[in-house]
Design a protein around this ligand. Structure first.
Ligand SMILES: [Zn+2]
Ligand SMILES: [Zn+2]
Length: 314
């Protein structure tokens, strides 16, 4: 564990709650993280910020630092890409309306998957999936898979994907075509920074370079799915291209069997310092009169101070 002036620092910038496909509620997740020695956490639910208000309050109560986060689903051709966004203003109207579009698209996709399942004589109902999931705005295939196992249509979660809802299977439905540049722009316009999540899942070096042209701020270097070589490659790629690095456990809990990951996949404090530096530099540039574009959404007041929710800055 890294220490800073004798204080232990453990930073996990990628976790999920029941607001998306995690198994723990916001406060349960924060308590678990605290128990694992995490001092700074980001909750990065899929296409939703529903956990953030309560997390902000409760993290203060238990003495943890919270980085406002999200994991945005994007699609490039047939590949699904995930972008982690940090430090955006989650009250920004434009950001919220884009988020609403993504959430509406999730519901529509779930409806289509369920219609296809119904056609192959699996009488699943959207209402019961939504009720069981307990989420209204970040419904996804994991919720459908869990319900199918519970209702006895498959033995395991994996089987549901392999037989029914995975790519090329009879009830597969592609997700909303939200291009990467839109995801990156959406976070940037709300004052945040975007990172490509777990690049080893899907990304060639060529595509990574392409994403940099859209203004991607960094990549996730530390992730449970990365091999030692992969981690080394992404670490070097980030340094060589002068972009930021992030990482974390991608903790979901429950069926994902990732209990041991919490506390194990943490990032270096210096990476977070770089993130803060970039945010501060951007604010400085925004406040130079010649750099201000009409209608730029810059909130007044504490311009050079970050939101006071981060390491040692509050
Ligand atoms: Zn992801
Ligand atoms: Zn994730």
């Amino acid at each position: 564990m890294e220490t800073l002036s004798g204080i232990s620092v453990k930073i996990d910038l990628h976790t999920h709650t029941t607001f998306s496909d995690g198994a723990l509620r916001t406060r349960e997740l924060l308590l678990k993280a605290k128990g694992c020695g995490i001092t700074t956490i980001s909750i990065t639910d899929h296409d939703t910020i529903s956990a953030l208000e309560d997390a902000k309050e409760f993290s203060k109560e238990i003495g943890m630092n919270l980085v406002p986060g999200i994991e945005i689903t994007s699609r490039l051709k047939h590949s699904q890409l995930h972008f982690l966004g940090y430090f955006f203003d989650y009250t920004n109207k434009k950001f919220l309306s884009r988020l609403q579009e993504l959430q509406d698209a999730r519901i529509l996709r779930a409806k289509k998957i369920i219609a296809k399942l119904n056609r192959i004589k699996i009488p699943l109902k959207l209402e019961s999936v939504l009720e069981k999931a307990g989420v209204k705005n970040s419904i996804g295939r994991p919720h459908i898979a869990n319900m199918m196992v519970e209702e006895g249509y498959a033995e395991t979660y994996e089987e549901v994907f392999h037989k029914y809802i995975g790519i090329g299977k009879p009830a597969y439905e592609a997700n909303h075509p939200f291009p990467p540049e839109e995801a990156i722009r959406m976070v940037a316009e709300a004052g945040g920074l975007s990172f490509l999540a777990h690049p080893s899942h899907y990304v060639s070096e060529g595509l990574l370079r392409e994403l940099l042209k859209y203004g991607l701020d960094g990549i996730e270097v530390i992730h449970p799915s990365h091999s030692a070589d992969g981690t080394e490659f992404y670490d070097k790629f980030a340094d060589d291209n002068s972009i930021l690095k992030c990482g974390g456990s991608d903790f979901h809990g429950g069926l994902k069997n990732d209990d041991v990951n919490m506390g194990k996949y943490v990032v270096d404090r210096s990476w977070v310092d770089r993130i803060e530096e970039k945010l501060i530099n951007r604010k400085v540039l925004e406040y130079r009169p010649q750099a201000c574009s009409p209608g730029a959404s810059v909130s007044g007041g504490d311009e050079l101070k970050l939101k006071g929710e981060f390491i040692g800055k509050s």
